[in-house]
Design a protein around this ligand. Structure first.
Ligand SMILES: Nc1ncnc2c1ncn2[C@@H]1O[C@H](COP(=O)(O)OP(=O)(O)OP(=O)(O)O)[C@@H](O)[C@H]1O
Ligand SMILES: O=P(O)(O)OC[C@H]1O[C@H](OP(=O)(O)OP(=O)(O)O)[C@H](O)[C@@H]1O
Ligand SMILES: O=C(O)c1cccnc1
Length: 495
């Protein structure tokens, strides 16, 4: 999908250090060694209790279109070191020219509610290839998951009201605007003002008109009447160019003419001032004039906090237009997703060497393993998520009757036991096997529906905005032990 926007190879859309490391792996003859990387984030955005996974469709498009072109190689040949000699030797250029991705990728489907430390994407394959994918995967998953989460929060406060995404003009460049429109729709918006997103992603498009339309006429009444004459089946009038309540009266006059012609006044839009007061007054004027079905749209730097407040003030707003603060994720402009090496094939023993990064900060210590996430549930919803290593235990085998113990990674004394019969779902599903796509992408509308069914299975406390309840995510006992032993070994202590 991202590829649809650009008439160029995106294979160099990575950090230089990925290419220099790739060169290093190739030159030291370790390029083909099998590795496993996990992509995960450490903290839910916006101080919230959940995140919506998004961006996988673009990852799939990126990988399917991967291929280093002649023009890419021509550019790489121009790169030099401090001695002005070429950075990469010609034989490496030949290697890159013939490089085909053969990785196996498992991921959590878009629209799933996810939590810190869970692998959203797991990449397994030749280390050189895994490495080249790090930056584009993070770029795609971090941003779209952030925006889908923002939209999901807006949807929670907007409840059954319509939610329109108006952000393109304030977005971070063309691609930021496009991916934001897609993720905002998935997260819960009903439509976008972004016409290209409508065309490419099959998102409904909606809109009203700008102040410039009104300003281009001698009077507001003329502006409204002309707009209604031209498009009688789609009339939502922006009433705040001069005096908002006077604007509503003008819109009502236009509405009467529309009704006389067998049409209706779909809506009015408020874009400034006290939106609670003005919407209540506008509603009264519209109702008194018989326009009970005319919707009130509001915009102007809205976000979930303001919408919540406006609702509590009794604002009579039916449709919320949200731009800047949605598509720029204004209060937290990045999700800090990371991509960490978690296992490396030992060529002598042909077994996995488990890998992890240490840190003084516990939150930054990575977890080793070929990770899978098991979500335990009951008829009321999700209970807890357990991360386990899918290769070193029998959890993936048919239930053995033993049950499982999950350990809180921040406090090993906190444990939960799940009986063997406890229903669960494994969240990561195969996306690519040896470079071949095996996953059938759901359409964007079912991904959007998935977000809502997922949120419905989440305890209300986890969805609370202020000090949300922390959803339990833990490590399966064997993985916890493996991690503990590895930390001790790396610190030079024995278990
Ligand atoms: N009743 C309300 N309660 C809480 N926030 C509100 C209310 N009405 C409007 N807002 C929000 O307050 C913020 C600032 O509104 P302000 O009145 O300064 O904007 P404005 O009327 O558009 O000003 P300007 O005319 O300078 O553009 C906006 O984010 C707007 O959505
Ligand atoms: O406030 P946001 O959440 O970012 O929503 C988008 C904003 O973009 C438009 O304003 P702008 O002043 O750009 O143009 P206009 O003349 O159409 O109001 C619109 O009126 C909204 O206020
Ligand atoms: O259609 C609208 O009302 C609209 C579109 C983009 C930005 N603000 C408003």
């Amino acid at each position: 999908m991202t590829n649809k926007l650009y008439d160029t190879s995106l294979s160099l859309l990575t950090d230089l250090y990925q290419v220099t490391m790739a060169y290093g792996y190739w030159k030291s003859k370790t390029a083909e060694k099998e590795a496993v990387f996990n992509l995960y984030f450490r903290k839910n955005p916006f101080g919230g209790g959940f995140t919506i996974a998004c961006g996988l469709a673009n990852v799939i498009g990126y990988i399917n279109n991967f291929g280093i072109s002649k023009k890419d190689l021509r550019y790489l040949r121009t790169l030099t070191g401090h001695d002005d000699a070429p950075m990469f030797e010609e034989e490496f250029m030949d290697y890159l020219a013939n490089l085909k991705l053969t990785c196996s990728i498992d991921a959590i489907p878009e629209g799933t509610v996810v939590f810190p430390n869970e692998p959203l994407v797991r990449v397994r394959g030749p280390i050189l290839q895994c490495q080249l994918l790090e930056t584009p995967l993070l770029n795609l998953i971090n941003f779209e998951s952030l925006i889908a989460t923002k939209a999901a929060r807006l949807r929670l406060v907007a409840e059954k009201d319509s939610l329109l995404e108006f952000g393109l003009r304030r977005a971070q460049g063309f691609d930021g605007g496009m991916t934001a429109s897609r993720a905002a729709y998935i997260g819960g918006c009903d439509a976008t003002s972004n016409v290209l997103a409508g065309k490419l992603y099959d998102i409904p498009v909606r809109g009203t008109h700008a102040h410039s339309w009104v300003m281009s006429f001698d009077t507001e009444q003329q502006a409204f009447d002309t707009y209604a004459e031209m498009m009688p089946n789609n009339v939502t009038l922006l009433v705040d160019t001069y005096d908002t309540l006077q604007g509503v009266r003008h819109a009502i006059e236009t509405g009467k003419k529309l009704v006389a012609r067998g049409h209706k006044l779909s809506g009015i839009r408020l874009d400034s001032g006290d939106l609670a007061y003005l919407s209540i007054e506008a509603r009264k004027l519209l109702d008194e004039a018989g326009f009970q079905d005319t919707s009130i749209v509001a915009s102007n730097d809205l976000d979930e906090t303001i919408i919540n407040s406006l609702k509590q003030q009794g604002a009579k707003i039916d449709i919320w237009g949200v731009g800047t603060k949605l598509v720029t994720a204004f209060d937290q402009p990045a999700l800090g997703g990371v991509y960490k090496l978690a296992a490396f094939r030992n060529e002598v023993s042909d077994r996995w060497d488990y890998k992890m990064k240490l840190s003084e900060q516990a939150i930054k210590i990575s977890t080793p393993g070929i990770q899978q996430v098991r979500r335990y549930l009951d008829d009321r919803g999700f209970l807890a998520d357990m991360i386990f290593d899918s290769e070193t235990n029998e959890l993936d085998q048919p239930t053995t009757g033993k049950g499982t113990v999950m350990i809180d990674p921040m406090d090993f004394t906190k444990r939960r036991r799940f009986n063997a019969g406890q229903p669960y779902e494994n969240l990561l599903v195969p996306i690519f096997q040896n470079g071949k796509q095996v996953y059938v992408l759901p359409d964007i509308h079912s991904v959007r529906d998935r977000v809502q069914t997922q949120l419905a299975s989440l305890h209300p406390g986890v969805k609370r905005f202020v000090n949300p309840h922390i959803y339990p995510v833990g490590l399966e006992k064997h993985l916890h032990e493996l991690k503990t032993n590895l930390i001790l070994a790396l610190r030079g202590e024995s278990a």
